[in-house]
Design a protein around this ligand. Structure first.
Ligand code: PEP
Ligand code: MG
Length: 559
């Protein structure tokens, strides 16, 4: 048995035979055109147009996030810059095939050089180019294999157009050698609940027909698994399926200790699904997601409408709204206009809001107004407001004082920077609550950009250095009698969720799709067990051994 490591998407597990994605088309040769520039231009235009329409049609068929991704691809295909790049090459006497390949490759290199989110879009561009060239050649576009039985799909990376229409009865799991946790493949796999491991460089060596176990929770692909390992994978898959249909009880440990399970949302539109999946409230409402494409700051009225819709959906329940978290992976044009070499260490989060305090004041005004409007028409929601990226006690005091000035009754901070975790005893004196953002806390503790595939292995919240910081916050919360929530991806890992409670977390917030797994896992252990499991993880020297130590102790306490 050997293991290949990558970034697991979601928590699923699956076992089955590998089927590899067909190899890309051979690159067009750089030969002179025999039909002239005008005729080549007409061919290129027809092919680009046809591919764009086909991508849109696939989007309409798939719906949801897939539709957005495919429509973005169709727009990319018809980007005027690309068109003029193609025309320039055709005027030099090249064939349409070569001109398309070369123009797209140039554009791709530009995106890759930018890196981060845009770099991860580069694979999307390759896919569009392949489709256009296939059309020009009159051959089918390379795509998903069809071996005639369920299979584990292995690819360099998957084009959004392919991911969107995967036949989920046939594709047991997805493994890619490229792609990071924020690539479109990952985003769509997450949305469709496909068991996936991305960025597994050694997956290039997997052969057609060999059996593998794909363990997304462990970020691993097991080659040549034993019968027992395959059976264990089937058992875990069945347990997950059962958890997904279990009754929607409130989150609690086996001894009855309540651990409210909340939803991470980026728009009020997600409220209904979150409630259907058993969310007891909202633990993180990412307000910046509402305005990612806005050039200007949103008005108070525009914001109030959105917040009001959210609060109405959660009357009688807790709703934690985060003030705009602009910068780094989520730049907002109206808050981040300066070029920064290291935007994750720059004027982001509360720092950016403080530099444009009017925008923060308007947001607090809109929140207070939405809260009052909902209360005036029935049962109110329990609105809590927190600031992102708080690094100091002084910032904690600044934000909570200002929020209270606007009538916000419960004002807290996100703990995402090691400095505020280390000073949690002071922070918790000032704030009404803390919510730990484990995504950024891990990034800053391990000094590894969370968007960068090459350092993705550091982005592991199981690292004992991260766990020790979380313990500081949990201990301070208990000492001051103040709630400590977790709202990073870590809360969605069922075993880590138990560890987090053992470290002092009083609520967990996650993507709604993860609620069922976490609910089932919490119900397996009492509070004393959770503390013992957490202690085992804390004492480990790295993330893998923390995970293994927690598993070993959990196996002795699980009901
Ligand atoms: C986090 O950093 O863990 C968090 C919840 O915030 P975001 O992922 O939006 O940065
Ligand atoms: Mg964060």
């Amino acid at each position: 048995m050997t293991q290949i490591h990558g970034v697991g998407i979601g928590l699923g597990v699956a076992a089955g035979p590998v089927a590899r994605m067909a190899a890309p088309l051979p690159a067009p040769a750089d030969e002179p055109s025999t039909i002239g520039a005008e005729a080549e231009a007409a061919r290129a235009r027809e092919a680009v147009h046809a591919v764009a329409r086909e991508l849109e049609a696939r989007g309409a068929q798939a719906g949801g996030a897939a539709q957005d991704v495919l429509e973005a691809q169709a727009m990319m295909a018809e980007d005027p810059t690309l068109e003029s790049e193609i025309t320039t090459r055709l005027e030099q006497g090249k064939t349409a095939e070569w001109a398309v390949a070369d123009a797209f490759a140039t554009f791709r290199d530009q995106l890759t050089a930018v890196g981060g989110y845009l770099g991860e879009r580069a694979a999307d561009l390759d896919d569009v180019a392949q489709r256009v060239i296939a059309r020009l050649r009159g051959v089918p576009a390379p795509g998903v294999p069809d071996p005639g039985h369920p299979f584990v799909l292995v690819a360099t990376d998957l084009a959004p157009a392919d991911t969107a229409l995967l036949d989920l009865d046939q594709v047991l799991a997805l493994v890619t050698s490229d792609g990071g946790p924020t690539s479109h493949t990952a985003i769509l796999a997450r949305e469709k609940g496909i068991v996936a491991v991305v960025g597994a460089a050694q997956a290039a060596g997997l052969r057609d027909g060999e059996t593998v176990v794909v363990d997304a929770a462990a970020g691993a692909v097991v080659q040549d698994p034993s019968d027992a390992e395959v059976a264990d994978a089937h058992r875990r898959a069945a347990e997950r399926a059962a958890a997904a249909t279990a009754p929607l009880t409130p989150g609690a440990l086996a001894d009855g200790t309540a651990v409210p399970l909340l939803a991470n949302l980026g728009s009020p539109a997600g409220a209904t699904e979150a409630i259907e999946l058993g969310a007891e409230g909202v633990g993180l409402f990412r307000t910046e997601f509402l305005f990612l494409s806005s050039a200007d700051a949103p008005t108070v009225a525009e914001q109030r409408d959105a917040y009001q819709r959210l609060l109405e959906a959660f009357r009688g329940r807790k709703v934690v709204v985060r003030a705009l978290d602009a910068g780094a992976d989520k730049p907002l044009a109206f808050l981040n206009d300066a070029h920064e070499e290291n935007p994750a260490l720059g004027l982001r989060g509360l720092r950016a809001l403080r530099a444009s305090e009017d925008i923060l004041r308007e947001q607090l005004t809109a929140l207070a107004e939405a809260d009052a409007a909902v209360a005036a028409t029935g049962e109110a929601a329990d609105l809590w407001v927190m600031a992102p990226m708080v690094a100091t006690v002084e910032e904690t005091r600044y934000f909570t004082t200002l929020a209270r000035e606007f009538g916000i009754r419960t004002a807290g901070v996100m703990v995402e920077v090691p400095s505020s975790a280390l000073l949690a005893d002071h922070v918790m004196r000032v704030a009404d609550f803390a919510s730990i953002g484990t995504n950024d806390l891990t990034q800053y503790t391990l000094a590894a950009d969370r968007l960068l595939g090459s350092v993705a292995s550091y982005q592991d919240p199981w690292h004992p250095a991260v766990l020790r910081l979380i313990r500081e916050v949990g201990t301070a919360g208990a000492a001051h009698g103040k709630p400590v929530g977790i709202c990073g991806e870590a809360a969605a890992d069922p075993l880590l969720a138990v560890v987090l409670v053992g470290l002092g977390a009083t609520s967990l917030s996650m993507a709604p799709a993860a609620l069922a797994d976490v609910r089932a896992s919490l119900a397996q252990h009492g509070l004393d067990d959770a503390r013992r499991i957490a202690q085992a993880a804390l004492e480990a020297e790295d993330a893998d051994s923390a995970r293994a130590a927690a598993r070993a102790v959990a196996a002795t306490s699980s009901l």
